[in-house]
Design a protein around this ligand. Structure first.
Ligand code: FAD
Length: 490
């Protein structure tokens, strides 16, 4: 859309049309503000739609479907729906999901009467933004409030000379022309582990090189171990822990990675998944007083306000947790604060976190490690998919639900789930934690049978049993809890 000179001043100018930009813009427009959103890419959606969440999760679904992975071994045959799967099979589905996402964003923008300007933005000073687009005159936009929602990008170490064919990052991975027979993933974080699982499910020989000992190191050790076990035993991924890279070279159409201890590994493709940095280059933020840290993440206060009072920042550009969900919420909170809208004052502290590996992993609230670090008393109740009828039917028997709760009040403070469906199931735990519920909610509730939801009940029973053991050790427990604990044994 063209912006006429008399309309170049807005209540809010948002830079970036990813999830943070779109939702921040819509929030302000919903409350009657005149909003302009600037995006340099031809299509909206940012990393969420174009290079991150949506493509990778569509790829995961496609990989599970075409490889028949969910049903492998269940019916006495090794079900592989389409062994000669091609990249076109992937891309067809990915394209249609992405195109629908673009349409939904465009509809949302139109519904909220948000003005859009295509081009790369940069601040001339704290009040004036210049938008440049190849072949057109730069435009100047002014606003009462700016929201920087420019996201993040992969930043592989200098040893990786990305060529988009043999050595790729998570962006250029989506443009490869063939599914590799062998893949080396460098990085044992979320993105590295997710792609390692997907390609292994498709039959690629996958090697994962992790500089830390633990995969996805912010997960509890038992959860990280369960992931590693599944990746190695079920998916056949070879994992090198505590490994550093000496060199990465391309030899013809293959890559050769040499580790610090001299181990040499060759593969058709190397994926560098070693971290991301904030997209601030060329924006001119520092020159006007906005603080940016060593990883190029914009520094903000609890209201997502930068050091320049009318400039806010939200989403991946401010760093952790760098999720689509948190990015959207941060932007809504930022905008409400900027215009003093008594609507949304803070991002929920009960934020679910999903890892789309095979198996899925989801967490919300406290982990065992965070509770130990705080020195908070806690007890744990567990239930395994193996003991659950639905788990037995689907064949996904290695998963589990783990409840962390306060031993005195029995308030649930954290939930972790490993296994298929974890990223949906976690919302039950999220709700109970947010409403300050206790184990008793699960004990009293009737769950559908057969369902994975029932696992919450049995994890709660197990929690009561753990409490009973603790009280026996400490010399007795109140009678009401004793009865409840007996229920759990029944
Ligand atoms: C492989 C991968 C998998 C992921 N999986 C998940 C997942 O399963 N669940 C989840 O919650 N999150 C996931 N994420 C993270 C999620 O994609 C991001 O958290 C989310 O996209 C961040 O939103 P954002 O709006 O802050 O930034 P982005 O989505 O990155 O959008 C920023 C936008 O700003 C634009 N921009 C940048 N600079 C300028 C400029 N100077 N001028 C104009 N426009 C500019 C960019 O073009 C872009 O469109 C994944 C990410 C990756 C890479």
């Amino acid at each position: 859309m063209t912006v006429t000179p008399e309309h170049d001043h807005f209540d809010l100018v948002v830079i970036g049309a990813g999830p943070a930009g779109e939702k921040g813009a819509a929030q302000a427009a919903y409350f009657g503000k005149r909003v302009c959103m600037v995006e340099r890419a031809p299509k909206p959606g940012g990393a969420m739609v174009n290079t991150g969440t949506v493509p990778s999760k569509t790829l995961r679904e496609t990989a599970l479907y075409f490889s028949g992975f969910r049903q492998r071994g269940l019916y006495g045959v090794d079900l592989r729906v389409k062994p000669d799967i091609t990249l076109a099979d992937f891309m067809q589905r990915e394209r249609s999901v992405i195109e629908t996402a673009w349409e939904l964003i465009d509809e949302n923008i139109a519904r909220h009467r948000i003005t859009t300007v295509q081009g790369a933005a940069r601040f001339c000073d704290a009040r004036v933004l210049e938008v440049s687009r190849y072949g057109t005159e730069p435009r100047l936009l002014t606003a009462d409030v700016f929201l920087v929602a420019t996201g993040a990008r992969p930043e592989p170490p200098s040893a990786f000379a990305l060529d988009g064919e043999v050595i790729v990052d998570s962006d250029s991975l989506l443009t490869i022309q063939r599914i590799p027979a062998s893949l080396i993933v460098v990085g044992g974080g979320v993105i590295g582990c997710e792609y390692a699982c997907m390609f292994a499910a498709l039959g690629a020989r996958v090697t994962l090189i992790n500089e830390r000992g633990r995969l996805i190191s912010h997960l509890d050790p038992d959860v990280s171990d369960a992931l590693r076990q599944s990746m190695t035993a079920r998916l056949g991924v070879t994992v090198y822990g505590h490994a550093d890279i000496r060199s990465v070279q391309v030899d013809g159409r293959r890559a050769v990675v040499t580790l610090g201890d001299g181990t040499i590994i060759a593969a058709d493709l190397v994926l560098a998944a070693t971290g991301r940095i904030g997209n601030v280059a060329g924006l001119g933020l520092e020159a006007m007083g906005v603080r940016v840290d060593a990883q190029s993440f914009v520094q903000v206060d609890s209201n997502f306000r930068t050091a320049v009072s009318h400039v806010y920042a939200a989403g991946d550009v401010i760093g952790f947790p760098a999720l689509a969900s948190s990015s959207m919420e941060q932007a809504r909170v930022a905008v409400c604060h900027a215009f003093d809208l008594q609507y949304k004052r803070a991002v929920s502290s009960v934020l679910p976190y999903a890892v789309w590996t095979i198996p899925e992993i989801a967490t919300v609230g406290e982990s065992e490690e965070s509770l130990l670090a705080r020195g908070a008393p806690f007890e744990v109740g567990r239930a395994g998919f193996r003991t659950n009828a639905r788990g037995q039917m689907t064949g996904d028997v290695d998963g589990f639900v783990k409840l962390m709760f306060d031993p005195g009040s029995q308030r649930v403070v954290g939930v972790t789930i490993v296994g298929e469906g974890a990223c949906e199931l976690i919302h039950v735990g999220m709700t109970v934690i947010a409403l300050e519920g206790t184990l008793d909610f699960f004990i009293q509730a009737a769950f559908i049978f057969p369902s994975l939801g029932e696992l919450y009940k049995y994890a709660a029973y197990d929690g009561l049993q753990q409490l009973q053991r603790r009280h026996v050790r400490l010399g007795g427990m109140p009678s009401a809890r004793r009865e409840a604990a007996r229920d759990g044994q029944a």
